[in-house]
Design a protein around this ligand. Sequence first.
Ligand code: FAD
Length: 562
Amino acid sequence: YLLAIAATGCLGAGLLVALADAGRDSTRSDSDEAVSPEGSGKKKVVILGTGWGGISFLKSLDASKYDVRVVSPRNYFVFTPLLPSVTSGTVEARSITEPIRRIIRKKDVKFHEAECTKIDEANKKVMCRDISDVKCKGKEDFELEYDYLVVAVGATSNTFGTKGVEEYCHFLKEIEDAEKIRGRIVDCFETASLPHLSDEDRRKLLSFVIVGGGPTGVEYAAELHDLIYEDLTSLYPELQKIVNITLVQSGDHILNTFDGRISEYAEKKFSREGIDVKIGSRVLGVTEETISFKSKATGKLMEIPYGMIVWSTGIGTRPVIADYMKQIGQTDRRVLATDEWLRVKNTDGVYALGDCATVEQRKIAEDIADLFKLADKDGDGYLSVSEFVDTMDNVRMRYPQIDLYMERQHMEGVVGLLNDALKKEKNVKLDLEHFSEAICKVDSQMKSGPATAQVAAQQGEYLALSFNHMAMGSPDEGPIRVRGGGRHRYHPFRYRHLGQFAPLGGETTAAELPGDWVSIGRSTQWLWYSVYASKQVSWRTRALVIFDWTKRFVFGRDSSRM
Ligand code: FAD
């Protein structure tokens, strides 16, 4: 509560600072700068992308030490965790975007609003194209050379090749997506209010389907429910009874990367509120009128008409990354593999972070298996309880992120072994088969990596500090590991998991914080408000977001369709 009060207290100060600081939003219109003269002798760093990874890198980089250029098709940063709130009008789109030129104005950095179309590994160049509406005819394409390339282009939505998804579903990745969804919801209500429609037509228009029961799908479902039942039903009272929200999830539970208590609470809450959660269901296809899916348990086929579908299931590869992977022999992957210093494998001077990359973890899985084997000093396949606990502590200390992946499915098995041993006052059987199975699963989950802003931001900061460090030593010195001795000049990247939130609507949020601490309820919602206000990239957006939340409390959400 104290945090919440502090955050709300930011409003006054925030507004003052923002008014003094804001000026006009230059998200598209700022004037361009002259391109800096060549030959400064500085190493050329090109950053692709202005999302969580790219901006975090830029903010911590000592740009005076390098010739820095940023390339991105959007000239702003988006605070993605609040995108679901934009779909319902709880916050406005411009409140969660910050112009790049505002972020870099005090740094010696050039920004180019363009898309990178190809990375030329052999010649250390990137090909770029202006894809904005205003172009200089015949001069859309240009090239930039680099000494170091930082790839932070994020990912696309993954449709898993499901028929009709690209054509008929909405995605929730970009600010435009959120605004389109907001407009479409209201459009469905307005069309359903036309006088000549049948009840069947109205039911179809007001059938909202969300595919994907991860944090984004669940948060969007909660926002949609709040928008409809807190604001729209009083404006369209005759339609209240025929609205339907369906959440389709292929896994056995929604929010299945969260603690079981949170998944269970969310499922019960949604079912109480009339959100139809179809777990264990795989979408077969989408047509202009209907979505069809199949229950994995019963094999039953279902088909429902819809007014709008939001598709939110995992991440896919951007074309520029797929092409680059071919050049460097990483074809059988979804994202770029890097080592623990975020260097892209088989390349020279290329680093990747965020959703388009994953730290190759095979080594970690092997290390963990080795730690257990080493602890079994007499080689009899058993560890004493204290040896077992010490080894687990050792694993956790080295790889704090392990809990994130291991806890739910495998920790239970590990804890079971331990309890058994304690009960029987025996040693713990070092069931390496169990461990290797568990570790392989952990390993494969780690490979795909949690695609979160937290990871991208920590990687960006880590890499910038490494670059700052590199600039102080020999310019050619890259992060290297002295093999054998286990020492290295640059610390490898280690992810610190700071917890995760799942807003569930109706002023209720669930939080899972480090130390297995789970909290669900209204007070957690205030914690969510405080954390998200404090995490804003500038005082301007912080003030705007707090203002939007306050506006929503006082006047409700705006249902006009622009
Ligand atoms: P992004 O932030 O996606 O940035 C990619 C950048 O690359 C963009 O600027 C893009 O314009 C640019 N780009 C794309 N193609 C090119 C190209 N060819 N050339 C140059 N630039 C290019 N994570 C959390 O931790 N907590 C949350 O609550 C949370 N909520 C989310 C809600 C939603 C709706 C979504 C979509 C994501 C959410 N995430 C959350 C995940 C988080 O947003 C991503 O993990 C994070 O954005 C990844 O950062 P990134 O820098 O890799 O990519």
